[in-house]
Design a protein around this ligand. Sequence first.
Ligand SMILES: [Zn+2]
Length: 314
Amino acid sequence: MTATNLKACIDIGGTKVAVSLARGDGLELLARRSEPTVRTGPPEALAVQVMRMVDQACAEIGVSPASIEQAGVASCGPFVRVAGMVEIAAPNICGGIAGPARGLPNDWRSVPLEALLRQRFVRVCVANDCVAALQAERRWGALQGVDHCAYVTWSTGIGVGLCVDGHVLQGKNGNAGHAGHMFVSDNDDALCGCGNIGDVESLVAGNAIARRFGVDAATLLGRAQAGDTVAAARVGDLCRVLGRALYNLVVTLDLQRISLGGGVFWNHRHNLLPQLRSHVTGRCGALTTGCELVAAGLGERVGDYAALAVLDAG
Ligand SMILES: [Zn+2]
């Protein structure tokens, strides 16, 4: 196999990093691998991890790492720019933002990414993971042909990508869509990695569920599904907070459809989707009638295709 038309697709989340190689203009993703996101060592550790995983993917299919010239990165945000290059200042990776109470094993305030990848690859495109997922869903998934839409991930954190009038919103630092950090409560048991107390992410994200209720999200959702009334009430409360956030997006931006994915949502989407819909449908009907909440068309692969969409869009 010649490697000249292979591209690295890199998906960086608060819990996992996934890397795969895309061939040419096709949708076939090769040598996919996934690891827990590095959160210890120097701030450069994350970029080092990503480049090692690309090397390992190349070794798996027998191509020279030097022949990979393009890298598309879909990463959780927010981003900050240092000398024009994207660094990741993500609350679920950088422990220095909220301080020791958040419990992350580092004091990073941001991690360099784009500058280090540019030393290795000829072309690097970095985008917010949910903006990239939105582009992937618009191109190949559940948002095809929809000009007023959002992609929302319910995962380690809460992320959003937004499109209005056919334009994908970016913002001054590529951070448009960080609706997970909207304030919704004075609840003081909810410290977000961004430092806020009582924002959406601090209340309902996967990391928040574990810290607030002492069980991980999968366990809580599994108990709710099995009929545990305490767990079901907690899940109902989570859906009320996130459902209201979705409603707020719909009425603010006049959206037609929201596609949802993410590790917390995906395995329990049949239970969660109707509950989320109940907080949108029928409220302020002139603004919400006809707006649909749907599961991501690209399913669990949305992150991989998001990284590919970054290169196509860039
Ligand atoms: Zn926050």
